[in-house]
Design a protein around this ligand. Structure first.
Ligand SMILES: [Zn+2]
Length: 687
């Protein structure tokens, strides 16, 4: 990082440009303006000493989001024990400076001190080239002589003039522990102008993905996401009589102690602009997440992987069955071979069971490697059996959480001695068993813990067990063994956050719950998240039909949970060709824009489509569940109007040649002759 300028006090620093992203400071008016050709955001330290948001503009569409005169807003919104820091707090400017950052962008620091000298608060604003997204966070420093507690923060501190319009909010459920038909259901709600909020309850064990979008009837839209894995409550509401819309996003039960002179960096969040429909909101979010936030994919050309997972046998696994499965998996084209729960002596006793692996688990891993596949292992790091040696020796290491995972007890990951043991165990497991991939599993990865005997503050469980718990443990193991990739799972996609994407290369969505649930999970998860974060496990019960394999075509890693040794020769041949089809399309789908055409339902036909601008190709999976008609007229989206395309199908023999305009306006018929039939449609630009 280059430090391009440090300006103490109020000094001129105007017009620093960084290949697109630019931050300028007007010292006469104390106004900061950040822009990058897509978005412009301005903030002011007013003559009275209030720090306030002025406006966020969409420079492509001309849309404006302006602070409401009736409800001034500040990006600095937090509460310590008895002190509220908000748009009415008086500050003076201590320093301000800008840096260039990677990937291409600018970071602006604005350091404020409240006139009562209780706190110094640094606002950190970031713009990246070509993204209509403002990324931001706060750093708090305690200037008092006593320990203070941060008890409330607002990670979505935005209030805008409503311009007298009506607004619709959009959010997406995540997977829930109690299986619900509403898993990953997208939810659209017209805001009540009387001020009733629409809420997103996100984080581990929450109900929704950590993302919220809003638009008015003229398609002027905003989206916001927050980078925190614990429980949060985010709302958007409209006060029609006072003419504003207001966002709020808080970390639940926050009570984080900060020593005198101590500092705390609060979670990052982002606000982005879109003009159009929810697919456009999702696409802009996904592009930003992929280029700025997400852990890079292991290999852009061969990811999402095709995997095999031993849960076909539950915990009844043994060396012989797994070696035979590995041979067939390699023949099918499987890239990652995962030994699921059951390999260890017990949950929390992370040593391979010698009765199941008489030659050693490392020998199986080496065999898998010799067949050209990567080796993955199940690791439920936040759980331990009461009978495990670690809990026998340290019975106080449990959390007070009520969650249960296959009878194991929850561990408190923010208790430092527990954490130190876990980090060392994680590194040992990776080294001893030659592991390339960790399938992180468990029940509620951010445990509740109110014990007074642990190193964290007993009243700060949610923050402590996320940032200083699961995040700290995973990050320490990853720093020690950076070549190992991690998959997020907590029995299902139950921590779908924009902090999760920073540590994991994928996340399970629905766990082995079958074709329909898999398509529902992908349909919902691919609004906020790139397709590679919608991993699906295909259970044995799905059978081997076009309908089943097509149901897993679109999304993140495709994990086979099939008893491979039981397959007949023609089933092996079928699966092999479907694995190849998946591989042929995964990079197009991963890099494309997702169009959500028709949502899955038990008695419906569903359609999901991707369009990749760089290859000018589209792929759609069209699936008929229990009923609906024998055909569907599909009007693809996103094509170039003048371009002529070839349309072909994986099941039907038909081939069409039409322009993008014709295809999008008139559509074409996709045959779905029987219940549980499906088709994969390919649309390719002609040279
Ligand atoms: Zn604890």
């Amino acid at each position: 990082m280059r430090l391009l300028g440090i300006v103490l006090g109020i000094t001129l620093l105007a017009g620093l440009a960084f290949g697109g992203a630019d931050s300028s400071f007007d010292p006469d008016q104390n106004i900061w303006t950040l822009s990058n050709g897509w978005i412009r955001a301005s903030f002011q330290l007013t003559p009275e000493g209030f720090f306030r948001t002025q406006q966020i503009s969409d420079l492509q569409s001309g849309d404006q989001w302006t602070a409401s005169p009736n409800s001034p807003t500040s990006p600095v919104l937090l509460q310590t024990d008895s002190d509220l820091f908000d748009a009415q707090t008086h500050y003076f400017l201590v320093a301000e400076y800008a840096q260039s950052i990677n990937p291409g962008g600018i970071r602006q620091f604005i350091m404020l001190q409240d006139v009562q000298r209780r706190a110094r608060i640094t606002l950190i604003l970031e713009l990246f080239n070509d993204h209509p997204v403002l990324h931001y966070s706060l750093k708090y420093q305690n200037l008092t002589a006593a320990t203070s507690h941060i008890t409330w923060i607002n990670m979505a501190p935005w209030t805008f003039d409503d311009l007298g319009k009506r607004y619709t909010a959009f959010r997406v459920n995540q997977w829930s522990v109690v299986a619900k038909p509403a898993d990953f259901e997208p939810l659209q709600s017209l805001l009540d102008i009387g001020g009733a909020g629409v809420a997103v309850d996100s984080g581990a064990d929450g109900e929704q993905c950590g993302w919220l979008a809003l638009r008015d009837s003229e398609e002027r839209g905003l989206f916001t996401g927050w980078e925190f894995d614990g429980r949060t409550k985010t709302t958007v509401r409209q006060d029609g009589s006072n003419g504003y819309v207001e966002f709020s996003s808080t970390v639940l039960d926050l009570n984080h102690p900060v020593d005198p002179s101590g500092e705390l960096q609060l979670p990052n969040a982002f606000i982005g602009l879109f003009h159009g429909d929810w697919d456009e909101a999702g696409y802009r979010t996904q592009r930003f997440a992929e280029s700025v936030l997400a852990k890079p994919a292991p290999d852009a050309k061969s990811f999402p992987y095709v995997s095999w997972d031993s849960w076909a046998y539950q915990d009844q696994i043994d060396e012989q069955t797994l070696r035979r499965s590995a041979e067939i998996a390699a023949d099918l084209g499987v890239q990652l071979f995962v030994v699921d729960m059951g390999w260890a002596l017990g949950i929390g006793d992370w040593h391979a069971d010698p009765a199941k692996f008489p030659s050693g688990l490392d020998a199986l891993s080496d065999y898998v490697h010799s067949l050209g596949m990567k080796f993955g292992l199940h690791f439920a790091l936040a759980e331990a059996d009461a009978s495990s040696p670690v809990l026998q020796a340290n019975p106080d290491w449990t959390a007070t959480d009520s969650s249960q995972y296959f009878g194991a007890e929850p561990l408190c990951l923010s208790n430092l001695p527990t954490q130190a043991w876990l980090i060392q165990e994680g590194i040992r497991v990776i080294d001893e068993y030659h592991v390339d991939w960790i399938l992180q599993d468990g029940q509620n990865m951010v445990k509740q813990c109110t014990k007074t005997t642990h190193t964290h503050d007993p009243a700060d469980s949610n923050y402590a067990n996320s940032v200083q718990g699961i995040n700290a443990v995973v990050s320490a193991i990853q720093q020690a063994r950076p070549d190992v990739n991690w998959e997020n799972c907590e029995d299902g996609g139950n921590m779908m956050t924009f902090n999760m994407v920073k540590s994991y290369v994928t996340s399970i969505t629905n766990d082995a719950s079958g074709s329909l649930a898999s398509r529902q999970a992908v349909y919902g998860a691919t609004y906020p998240f790139p397709p590679r974060y919608a991993e699906r496990y295909m259970p044995e019960s799905d059978g081997l039909t076009d309908y089943a394999t097509h149901s897993y075509r679109f999304g993140g890693p495709w994990v086979l949970m099939t008893r491979l040794a039981d397959l007949l020769a023609d089933q092996v041949a079928f699966l092999k060709s479907e694995v190849q089809n998946y591989k042929n399309q995964r990079t197009d789908i991963s890099a494309g824009k997702v169009f959500h055409i028709l949502a899955p339902g038990a008695d419906a036909t569903d359609v999901i489509q991707s369009y990749n601008a760089s290859t000018d190709t589209a792929i759609a999976v069209v699936t008929r569940a229990a009923s609906a008609g024998p055909s569907y007229v599909f009007r693809p989206k996103g094509l170039q109007e003048q371009q002529r395309y070839t349309v072909w199908f994986e099941v039907a023999p038909d081939v069409y040649s039409q322009t993008g305009a014709q295809l999008m306006a008139n559509g074409f018929r996709v045959l779905l002759p029987t219940p549980y039939s499906s088709e994969v449609v390919h649309i390719e630009a002609q040279q």
